[in-house]
Design a protein around this ligand. Structure first.
Ligand code: ZN
Length: 207
């Protein structure tokens, strides 16, 4: 899942520092994004390398979540880091959005989900404005269950289960959609989806 870029400078620095580990993010209309990803069976060094590359790629692109298929690997692997503001850190002055203000620097909370499953999604829905690293610069409101129980494996193959809510519930559902070949724009009406894709085409031509 993407978020509005806070600073292009930070993105460029990250890309430079992390160098080789950054993989290319595939974007719409690449047909690979429609792939149904397959379960991970080998919890080996290759999986760990994939996961660390996915984190580097996600951070460099200023995202909060990434599915393996977005770097062209059709395996059921997700990385998420909501990078919340750290209330213990010294506030810093910032001028993104065109006005000077202060906020707490964000902290990293990397989480890996291998072979994730959603159990008991809540009936009540939440609406978030979503974005996606594979649908750059497009944002739209999507309704999803506001909470869900998630079962997954870590890179060692150990099972975990946890109740998720808020942005985390939305983010994991967005990423899980990628494992089924579904994008957040597929949740929009055909009219809104076509408008979003046209806007993306225009932005690309202007770039
Ligand atoms: Zn996405």
């Amino acid at each position: 899942m993407g978020r509005r870029a806070h600073s292009l400078v930070v993105m460029a620095q990250n890309a430079y520092l992390t160098g080789m580990a950054i993989r290319e993010i595939i974007e719409v209309p690449d047909p690979r994004l429609k792939t149904v990803s397959t379960p991970v069976e080998a919890f080996d060094a290759e999986l760990k390398a994939l996961v660390s590359d996915m984190f580097e790629t996600m951070y460099a692109a200023n995202g909060i979540g990434l599915a393996a298929i977005q770097v062209g690997v059709p395996l059921r692997v997700l990385v998420i880091d909501l990078q919340p503001e750290d209330p213990d850190a010294e506030p810093e002055v910032c001028n993104h959005g065109g006005h000077e203000h202060t906020h707490h620097p964000t902290k990293r909370e990397p989480q890996v989900f291998v072979n994730p499953e959603i159990l008991d999604p809540a009936e009540e829905l939440n609406t978030y404005q979503e974005g996606c690293l594979s649908v750059p610069d497009i944002y739209a409101d999507v309704d999803r269950p506001k909470a869900c129980r998630v079962r997954w494996q870590d890179v060692e193959g150990n099972l975990h289960e946890e109740e998720m809510e808020g942005l985390m519930a939305t983010c994991i559902q967005h990423e899980m959609d990628h494992l089924e070949g579904v994008l957040f724009i597929d949740h929009l009406s055909r009219l809104k989806r076509n408008m979003a894709l046209k806007k993306l085409e225009k932005l690309r031509k202007a770039a």
